[in-house]
Design a protein around this ligand. Structure first.
Ligand SMILES: [Zn+2]
Length: 337
């Protein structure tokens, strides 16, 4: 009897369905807080990240949302390259935090604002909320401003939805997002200990947000920016995918009116990606170059300027063929099941 159909398999899937998100959100992030509080070597944080990646792949295999998304579609090497480069950039940014903090504390009076007396978990939570605002708003702008969309389109070229997709980004776009998220924190005196936990929390959140594991968090899916909501963001049509921009929370989406959720919606590779760019480059170096080519523009017409095209094609997407659909209008989509 295979694990898939055995009673043991059923119990394992139930544990993954309801235990995976708490394990990662509280266990891994909590572990990072404990390691930093104990002044442990930063190598332990790297070990924790490796553990989170291993848990992500394991959960995706024990309880896949779509079994075919666990199989490489010729993209595994490229995604590993994106992950390695982007994760290294995150680590380098953490490494320069003490230097930046030293410079800022000497020159910028607001650097004394950080609440050092708060318990470490509360400091981390504050950092997460501030970083969430900066990163989410740059993400929102990336679906509106042509030059930003060129860089962000790399992330939207994915046709299968799994953990490593979170780090599948153009490195310049990731640096823009991280700068928007971390710069306000540095200005008010972010300590390197909190920056270290935040760096791990971002990586872990990206794994969770794009996970192919069919885990559930109940009503928290309306508050936390996890995979059930983020799949709607990767729908390939103009307007339809301009929803659920949040990294950690959906707070900004509720405020911006871009929150969207339909419990009956099912997703397949056919509805993910970019409808107007079905031939987006798939190789790593070609993806790094694409934002700087004419074909990487929001609109691949002769003018190549976002301002010259109507809303339907502003982001280089195409409307779904079954009628008009505005932001968050999931009802216009046919149900897969
Ligand atoms: Zn996006």
């Amino acid at each position: 009897m295979s694990l898939t159909h055995s009673p043991t398999g059923g119990a394992v899937r139930t544990v993954v369905r309801y235990g995976y998100a708490p394990l990662i959100l509280l266990g891994v992030n909590g572990g990072a807080v404990a390691l930093v509080a104990a002044d442990a070597s930063k190598l332990w944080l790297l070990g924790l990240l490796a553990t989170a990646i291993a848990l992500s792949f394991t959960a995706e295999r024990l309880l896949p949302y779509d079994r075919t998304w666990n199989t490489s579609q010729g993209d595994a090497g490229r995604d590993a390259a994106h992950s390695l480069v982007n994760e290294s950039l995150i680590l380098v940014s953490v490494a320069v935090v003490p230097l930046l903090a030293a410079v800022l504390s000497a020159t910028f009076p607001a650097a004394a604002l950080w609440p050092h007396a708060w318990p470490l978990p509360a400091q981390v939570l504050l950092a997460v909320l501030i970083a969430d605002a900066g990163i989410t708003l740059v993400h929102y702008a990336s679906h509106t401003v042509g030059a930003l969309w060129r860089l962000h389109a790399v992330h939207h070229s994915v046709r299968r939805f799994y953990g490593l997709n979170g780090l599948m980004k153009h490195p310049l776009h990731q640096m823009l997002e991280m700068t928007a998220g971390v710069a306000p924190l540095l200005l008010i005196g972010l300590p390197v200990q909190v920056a270290s936990v935040l760096a791990l929390a971002v990586a872990v959140q990206l794994l969770l947000q794009h996970s192919n594991a069919d885990y559930r968090v109940g009503a928290l899916k309306y508050v936390l920016a996890l995979n059930e909501g983020h799949r709607f963001h990767h729908l390939k049509w103009a307007g339809v995918g301009d929803v659920n921009f949040g990294l950690f929370t959906l707070l900004w989406d509720h405020l911006l009116g871009t929150f969207s959720y339909d419990p009956g919606r099912r997703f397949t590779s056919e509805v993910l990606g970019m409808a107007a760019k079905p031939d987006y480059p798939t190789a790593y170096l070609a993806q790094l170059a694409e934002p700087f080519r004419a074909s990487g523009a929001c609109h691949a017409g002769p003018a190549g300027r976002a301002a010259d095209v109507d809303d339907d094609h502003r982001l280089g997407w195409a409307r779904p063929p079954w009628g008009p659909s505005g932001r968050g209008d999931q009802a216009a989509l046919p149900r897969a099941r």
